[in-house]
Design a binder for this molecule. Structure first.
Ligand code: FEO
Length: 401
């Protein structure tokens, strides 16, 4: 043991024993410019319980934090709320070190742990089931597809504590473990980026989950997600703050923002993008222009969270869209932002397929198309005027706040 890592007590006998990953900049294709944390939690009691683990390279940090409070071999129960490897990666090493009598996961979690890690002997927690671990009662709630089939929450009634794995989390490397110790603007930005890039495709399930939590009548004083800070009641950024945001984001109502994402070869499509933005602004919308040499795909996804329209621009390259735009279309297609209007634009030298391809892609994303503008070589005044009109049509099509 190095003596570097200590547990952080969050409430009496409940500790953060996770890891801060200051250097993470890519989480399977999502740009994590502020790093992240992998949260694991230790609850002391007649039986000591560990909730989730950390990404495999951070095992030593987790075990040392646990050892700063208790003998790790005294952990008798491990709950795996989510089997993605940033939370399960240290599970085999943790089990080898602690030899807990019980490892608990959802049915899908038990299957995943077997297939991913060759880990057997998991006790399956059914949706809504309860179990006693020493003097602590645990209540399990499946949250399937939020965001994996195995995902579940664990609620601890005696602590009014909801351990929520990825849900309500964010990628933010910080040692300020409560949300209210961080700047609200950062929380809003990073929770939104997380929702847009991880949870947006499952928004209908988020709505159902929020209703399920409400109907269960859980008394929640603290939400402990597996990434980023915790939400505690009695503060401006408590459990109600983040669940309220989730309700708003899950509704996917169109806002006044018009997102214009493009790439360009000889600045012709770029000039068209700026004309679209001018038209959108003139129409009273809020344009956000994302040139794809400087904006990451996950930045565009985050901008879409409160947008009302999406306009994509690309030159034609070798009979198709530009590669950066193809990447964006692939990514956004999976995230399934609903209730958008949109359009496509671009320049071409001779064959001119890009705008038609973008139109097909946007239609496939269920974007209500307002129009397209294609021009050969650089846009003349007429083409730029049509781009302004397209931006104006986008502004006129949305009426959100
Ligand atoms: Fe943080 Fe889905 O893993």
């Amino acid at each position: 043991m190095s003596g570097t890592w200590k547990a952080v007590e969050l409430m009496e006998g409940f500790y953060w024993v996770g890891a801060v990953d200051w250097d993470l900049r890519d989480f399977h294709g999502y740009s994590t410019h502020r790093g992240t944390t992998y949260n694991a939690f230790l609850l002391e009691g007649r039986e000591n319980i560990l909730f989730d683990t950390v990404k495999a390279p951070f095992f030593d940090q987790m075990i040392e934090r646990i050892a700063s409070v208790i003998d790790p071999s005294s952990v008798s129960v491990i709950v795996s709320n989510h089997s993605e490897m940033d939370h399960s990666g240290s599970l085999p090493a943790a089990v080898a070190a602690m030899k807990p009598g019980r490892v608990i996961a959802s049915a899908a979690g038990a299957r995943n742990l077997s297939m991913q890690l060759g880990f057997e002997g998991v006790e399956v927690a059914a949706d809504g089931s309860r179990t006693a671990a020493g003097d602590t009662e645990l209540v399990f709630m499946e949250t399937k597809m939020l965001h994996w089939p195995d995902s579940m929450f664990t609620y601890i009634p005696s602590r009014k504590l909801l351990i929520s794995q990825d849900a309500f989390g964010m990628h933010l490397a910080t040692t300020r473990l409560f949300a209210d110790a961080n700047e609200e603007s950062v929380l809003l930005e990073e929770a939104g980026r997380y929702y847009a890039n991880i949870l947006m495709p499952y928004s209908q399930l988020v709505e159902r989950l929020l209703a399920k939590v409400a109907s269960a009548g859980l008394d929640i004083e603290m939400i402990a997600p597996d990434h980023g800070p915790l939400w505690r009641s009695g503060t401006p950024t408590g459990p109600g703050w983040i669940t309220g945001l989730y309700a708003r984001w899950a509704a996917q109502a169109p806002g006044r923002k018009v997102v214009i994402a493009y790439d360009s070869m000889w600045r012709a499509t770029e000039r068209m993008a700026h004309a679209v933005a001018e038209g959108a602004a003139e129409g009273g919308a809020v344009p956000v222009v994302c040139g794809l040499r400087s904006s990451h795909r996950s930045d565009v996804a985050a901008e879409l969270l409160d947008a009302g329209a999406l306009l994509l621009g690309s030159p034609t390259l070798n009979g198709d869209v530009f590669p950066t735009v193809a990447d964006l279309v692939c990514y956004l297609g999976g995230l399934k932002r609903r209730n958008l209007t949109g359009g496509a634009f671009g320049s071409y030298g001779w064959s001119g397929e890009s705008v038609r391809r973008l139109e097909e892609a946007l239609t496939g994303m269920k974007v209500r198309m307002l129009g397209t503008v294609a021009c050969q070589f650089g846009p003349d005044a007429g083409a730029l005027s049509r781009c302004r009109d397209l931006g104006g049509a986008a502004a006129a099509s949305i009426s959100g706040p």
